[in-house]
Design a protein around this ligand. Sequence first.
Ligand code: CA2
Length: 149
Amino acid sequence: MSAILVLNGPNLNLLGTREPTQYGCETLSDLKERCISAASKFDHSVDFRQSNHEGVLIDTIHEAGERYKQGEILGIAFNPGAYTHTSIALHDAIKGVDVPVIEVHISNVHARESFRHHSYISPVAKGTIIGMGLKGYELAIQALAEACD
Ligand code: CA2
């Protein structure tokens, strides 16, 4: 059994507490359950993490690079939160390791403020899933589980 790393960035610990129109009513813990259930359909496990700190996210991506090399993980479903739009450091971290990353956004960032339209992550991601709510994480898990590379 391999694992899929589900990594969430800043403020996503607040899921389900505010802004239900953008992010729905489910909590981060509900999201974790969804991810575990989605991965179990492919006999995979989930390593579910959230951090509000850019450096912790970078360290987790570096660690994932090592784990991918060892065959321990299949890839990362990554919602970088607002760091999507600001972080060259996260861009460089993903570029610096060999691990497939699917970028996930709960809301349709292109239908929101213009500062959310640019992503530093998309050019280094294998793919992006945007605006599909929490279902997007399940789709990312499916994509990583069914990938042939
Ligand atoms: O749509 C997404 O998933 C985002 O990555 C969410 C980020 C936002 O900055 C990105 O532009 C798009 C924000 C996550 C904050 O989540 C909250 C959830 C509930 C209450 C407050 C914040």
